[in-house]
Design a protein around this ligand. Sequence first.
Ligand code: SAH
Length: 692
Amino acid sequence: MKTFCGRANPTTGSMEWLEEGEDYDYHQEIARSRYADMLHDKDRNVKYYQGIRAAVSRVKERGEKAIVLDIGTGTGLLSMMAASAGADFCYAIEVFKPMANAAVKIVEKNGFSDKIKVINKHSTEVTVGPDGDMQCRANILVTELFDTELIGEGALPTYEHAHKYLVQEGCEAVPHRATVYVQLVESRRMWSWKKLFPIRVEAEDGEKILVPPSEMENCPGVPSVCDIQLNQMPSSDFSTLSDVVTMFSVDFSKPVQSASTYYRVQLEPVKSGKAQIVLSWWDIDMDPSGLINCTMAPYWVKPTSALQWRDHWMQCVYFLPREEPVLQGEKLYLTACRDEYSVWYNLQKARAAEEEHKADVGVESPVCRCRAHLLWNRPRFGELNDQNRTLQYIKALGKVLKTDSVCLCISDGSLLPVLAHYLGAKQVQCMQSSRIDLYHPHELWQAFLKANHLEDKIKIIEARPELLKPSHLEDKKISVLVGEPFFTTSLLPWHNLYFWYARTAVSTHLARNVTVLPQSASLHMMVVEFQDLWRIRSPCGTCEGFDVQTMDDMIKDSLNFRESKEAEPHPLWEYPCKSLSEPREVLTFDFTKTVPEHCLSTEGSVELLRKGKSHGAVLWMEYHLTADISVSTGLMQLPNEKGNCEWNPHCKQAVYFFSSVIESEILSDPTAVTYAINFDTKTGEIAMDFKL
Ligand code: SAH
């Protein structure tokens, strides 16, 4: 069987559908899965084990047989815990076939085949009865079906069904309950992920202020969850306006309702300020007493000694529909609305809320009306709101623009054309071709230009670079070609080199003395030791005494299947690391020339300056706007003496994990790392190889 996989082509900036073998999807799923991370989550594993032991004991004390239903067994871990704790029989349900197969192997290897039956089905397809998948209903329900938002992986409908058809009334559940907590905060940094702030430009004829269109001001945004490693957000970047409040809980031992509903709590701000953001996390009590608790609370809420790093469960950032000024001690109501899979929030002053209560609460999920939230994701909003960054572009544009400049901008949803206009370019055009058919960027652009009375000043060209005609440019040649560059289809840092391909495609339209901004780009590389991120690719061996090496081997196979010698994107501001080598510029790309026919490659070695575990290499791009102005999408400054790094907060960097992490070989301290890096100009991809 073949499947089609969407992949952006960095030479065309377009999504392409590639035919892949059946295995491709599954290897992707395994290679990029969070199974390894879950198995490394000691706190989670220990508490599940304690909770399962306690539940089995309670059932046994009642003189009953302990029959366990483990929904979403994955490696079979929780069923093996139950069997070890004395459960009489376990039904381990797993919908994902490769995982169900792995569970069978792991269960067998650990000697539990007679106690655990692995069933490769979705739980809602499981049958009970003498000829069914399960002989009888279970009296212990064990699951781990939670995501950062708790319910995003479908826990509620799964529980609802299980209580109706698969477990006995009054069953034990591990976890027993989940509780969702919230805290109201003001944070310019996080608010800048949702809203475009006015942008100030000092032009020769005075200050100009670029404002977003009104539709954007009042737009509720998109419902997708914003999950981050909140522990990496310094306390100076937000201000808490309320105490931590319990928003809602779910008792998993009783029938669960998945239908849409809402929960409302009263709040009194502890401080006056602008309510913008609701931070949220949850905890699970593994037993009814609440003594076995596994919490995702961030650092300011719990002692650092209790912090367990994990990537499969983080914290949520919810954006209120609009900013609300609040006063200390004032009465407020916070409403959490949810459907089966997602949660969103509303804040109201007491009086408005009481009036509304009489009517009915609006439980419609947020839908972006302004289109900006479809075109720009949250980090992109943050990037566009970054005044320092904008200032670099303004300075650079100021250097290259002249009053007779004919300027063309190639970048997705970029504000550069407006900046170029304010800074005095005679004619400004921007290319807004829909390379992705999901939305129409030109409509957002039109609204944007209208809000700033620039409709007749900036021309939108709805064509792809290779289809550009002299008539699009009013028969003029381009004297300044600009780009950030930024393209929505880019996954890895070098995919924005699509700008170079577009520049090549429009070559015949460029004036002989054209200025290209950025004039060049460079690829940078540094060897690092991660504080925690290494865990997601590192083998686990045994987990709470159970041999899960089969899983390790499976992940290794999948990593080697296709993605070998490839890097993966991670936003490193969320994943601290220590630099072990100097940062090294490894390749440069000259935008004043066209993309060459031949590949660009380099080889070399970097010395390791600091002691530490070489987990991998980080790669990022820097854009040289002019000879003396550069912007970095990776390292923001040189690492300090200890090797601590500050990363661009808006961008993902590329991480290449060394095979020693994947194989868990113990290496005697290497002193240098050799590398070979190749940019294939035909595909726009970079392949790399490292040796320790
Ligand atoms: N229980 C394991 C794995 C948890 S990951 C552990 O704790 O380590 C969740 C797993 O549940 C995934 O493998 C997913 O494929 C599976 N899953 C999710 N919902 C399911 C459902 N309703 N029926 C069967 N499997 C499900």
